[in-house]
Design a protein around this ligand. Structure first.
Ligand code: SF4
Length: 488
């Protein structure tokens, strides 16, 4: 129930890019729509960059898409672009300051560039240190700025922007799905492990191309899904069409973040050939096989537990019910208020349909337990509404380790599962029984995806070595003073 709680997980970013050689697409409107579709991947800042005849400009700021792109801001953006990029961000690397908002626009004698990044690098601190020792000056604290510096440096010696991206990929390590806009080209690049998703769409009538973190953003702009960007691939769209550079493909095992299927991605998106909704249903089916229980109704924790609950009900034969109604109109300001407000906002944000659960043995399916505080409150809500028993089923294994690839998992000592058995966790959250999906099954839920998965936060085994050091944040302030910490 990550999205409801104040101890939850967050995805770092969503990226988007679009190129229409005919100029028929309204780039501002298309990018706005795509960012809206990707809003679930980041709510702290957003931005778009527009390319009008090779001149790149745009707007970025802290806030949701509709807060940043007000009618006045939209009206002030340059018209006539044939190319654009957009970004939504949740800060995991680098703090919540405007300097870290993206797209990051770089102006250089070799040409301007706008860069959008999803993921975290494991060697950003070392790269940043080297760059600083050679005179680089950074404005923000994100590893995206490191990538843009390395890329710009490589642009000096490379014959083309795509060659510079390829050189950059030899230096940067970790998770990155990139969309880069030069004066004449739009590029998409994905790290050799393919940690974060990135896909290609074709605009109507073959007029151009779009790149997006998730296929739901392609749908939002009327583009037809073509395929995923391959891990390690660089895709270039320009007036000559679409071409692919595969120098870095196959240099690492394909290990997409399995939590994209469990929680991050929108259910209507298709990642690596598997519809996220179907993957979540499959997780529910596996859960029913692993942790059966006699019960009267199966309900899901909104939103990402709903699909898994359907799968559990299907497999177990226990009727599916709607147990919660989520109020979608509670603003972040309220959530970020005092502790008392935060606690009462759980009730305001989530209410039980008592007739579904009263006097019944309830199976509650959820996507994850992070600190356990929200789970405790949610189970109590069900009991207060008259549920006779609450059997808590989680469509992922227990979180026990940090993520270095773009997911904001709290410190290990704050994770309720660290150092505890399932029984001990259940003593804290107060369900009648508790069951997690196994690591074995979480790797099988994307039934059509012929790739491997990162399961590092569940197993402590990472596809690439952990970072030697983490990025120091010059903007960091005591946790109690940040909006992020207030929402935890
Ligand atoms: S460590 Fe966990 S959250 Fe991070 S990429 Fe791997 S599976 Fe995803």
């Amino acid at each position: 129930m990550c999205d409801l709680n104040f101890s939850g997980l967050h995805e770092e970013c969503g990226v988007f890019g679009i190129y229409d050689k005919t100029g028929a697409t309204d780039m501002i409107s298309a990018t706005y729509s795509a960012l809206y579709a990707l809003q679930h991947r980041g709510q702290e800042s957003c931005g778009m960059a527009l390319n009008v005849d090779g001149v790149i400009s745009g707007h970025r700021d802290l806030g949701l898409v509709n807060e940043v792109f007000t009618p006045t801001v939209l009206a002030g953006l340059p018209q006539g672009a044939k190319m654009a990029t957009g970004h939504v961000r949740y800060a995991t690397s680098g703090s919540r300051v405007r300097a870290n908002a993206q797209p990051m626009v770089v102006r250089h004698c070799k040409g301007s560039m706008a860069l959008c990044h999803n993921g975290n690098l494991v060697n950003a601190p070392a790269l940043r240190h080297d760059l600083e020792m050679n005179g680089a000056i950074f404005h923000g604290s994100s590893d995206t700025e490191v990538i843009s510096y390395v890329l710009t440096t490589n642009r000096l010696k490379a014959p083309s922007i795509e060659a510079a991206v390829s050189l950059t990929m030899e230096q940067i390590k970790g998770a990155y799905s990139l969309v880069i806009m030069s004066p004449t080209k739009l590029l998409a690049a994905r790290d050799p492990n393919g940690f974060r998703p990135l896909c290609i769409g074709e605009l109507p009538d073959g007029s151009g191309w779009a790149f997006a973190s998730e296929s739901c953003a392609l749908d939002a702009v009327g583009a037809t899904f073509v395929r995923d960007v391959k891990p390690g691939e660089i895709v270039v769209a320009d007036r000559n069409g679409l071409r692919s550079l595969e120098d870095h493909c196959g240099t690492a095992p394909h290990t997409i973040c399995v939590f994209e299927y469990v929680y991050f991605a929108r259910p209507d998106s298709v990642l690596e050939g598997t519809c996220v909704h179907e993957a979540r249903k499959q997780a529910g089916r596996f859960l029913a096989q692993e942790h059966p229980v006699e019960a009267d109704v199966v309900i899901g924790a909104p939103d990402s537990g709903l699909d898994a609950a359907l799968g559990y009900a299907e497999e177990s034969g226990i009727p599916y019910g709607v147990g919660f109604i989520k109020n979608k109109y509670i603003g972040r300001t309220f959530i970020q208020g005092s502790q008392k407000q935060r606690e009462s906002s759980v009730r305001l944000k989530l209410n039980v349909i008592a007739s579904t659960v009263r006097g019944k043995r309830v199976v509650l399916v959820d996507d994850s337990v992070v600190r356990g505080t929200t789970s405790t409150r949610t189970i109590k809500l069900l009991r207060d509404a008259g549920a006779k028993e609450v059997h808590y089923r989680i469509s992922a294994p227990p979180f026990t380790h940090p993520c270095y690839f773009g997911t904001d998992i709290p410190d290990q000592k704050l994770l309720v599962a660290t150092g505890r058995t399932v029984e001990q966790i259940n003593e804290i959250i107060g369900a009648d029984t508790l069951g997690y999906l196994s690591v074995e099954h979480v790797q099988q839920l994307a039934i059509h995806s012929h790739c491997g998965f990162c399961t590092g936060c569940f197993t402590g085994k990472y596809p690439i070595p952990e970072p030697a050091q983490l990025m120091e944040d010059p903007f960091s302030v005591p946790l109690s003073q940040t909006n992020k910490s207030k929402s935890l």
